[in-house]
Design a binder for this molecule. Sequence first.
Ligand code: MN3
Length: 248
Amino acid sequence: MNNKSHSRRNFITNSSKAVLALGLSQTILPAFASEYNINEIKSEGKFQQQPLPYKFDSLQAAIDEQTMNIHYSKHAATYCKNLNEAYTAELGGKQKSIEEIFRKINKYSAKMRNNAGGHYNHEMFWQCMGANTQDKPTGNLGDNIAGDFGSLEAFKSQFGEIAKSRFGSGWAWLIKANDGKLVIGSTPNQDNPLMNISELKGKPLLCLDVWEHAYYLRYQNKRADYIANWWKVVDWSYVERKYNEVLQ
Ligand code: MN3
């Protein structure tokens, strides 16, 4: 069952109640249902959310279905919609990639900074996770994590500390810094290491959302437990692909 059909099922269930309450024929339901869209927050413009590469309930080893659903179809959808609004308002018809915008993000509004970051970071975050993933990095990435941090366990521990200690809302990152080293760091709010105003600068390889909306339903105040479980769903094959791309 995919995300759409799951939501459709909920929609049908709810609609059925409404239909029964109104005494209408159930035969009208398929027409309603087929028009239902998973994202109630429509985004019109250059930027769109990619479909999740798994179901909302695929990451339950770390993140519950309801959190994934709300996070993807409400929070992230809103960043995408607001990014399109800012882009239309501020680019004056010019075409720029999101990376070009990040390189001069100080020239744009707070709305652009928050929502371009919000869109990019979430699109990457979804890709960093998966169901039935390998439990450790291999190849170049595995070798260089061991080389730069001592061991995978030492890397995870350092990444976890940075993610835990990010005050308020933000992101933890593994990046390839400009000197070629692997570096762990964090950014506040929806900032990211591609932004010219960011203290942490480099090519993002792995990111973790530590906003409360990412974990609060299941973990409440226990951000450390969320982070510890999150490693179970990290898709190292994606991180390795990103790393090999930026090595070229
Ligand atoms: Mn988020």
